[in-house]
Design a protein around this ligand. Structure first.
Ligand code: ZN
Length: 88
């Protein structure tokens, strides 16, 4: 992966029954499969923190071929934190 590439790892829509509330459908930038993007991912895309959306199978292939030098997490939205705490 390139130094400035910031990939959002997403679950594919097909075969994934449990969807995080507020998620929207997008497309994997590699295989174009439909993926779910949670609110924190949507915020990352809107702010430019995320430069590419990828499904898990494509990320696995990419990491095997070209391991990233670092891995980070996007900050969660207030809504996501409230849901984790059971206060939604
Ligand atoms: Zn893909």
């Amino acid at each position: 992966m390139t130094e400035n590439e910031s990939v959002l790892v997403c679950m594919r829509v097909d075969g994934f029954c449990v969807v995080y509330p507020g998620s929207v459908k997008d497309r994997c930038n590699v295989c174009h499969a439909e993926v779910w993007v949670a609110p924190s991912g949507q915020a990352g895309i809107a702010t430019g923190q995320v430069t590419k959306t990828m499904c898990i199978p494509c990320v696995v292939i990419r990491v095997r071929e070209d391991p990233p030098q670092s891995v980070g997490l996007l900050p969660k939205t207030a809504q996501e934190v409230r849901q984790w705490l059971g206060r939604n």
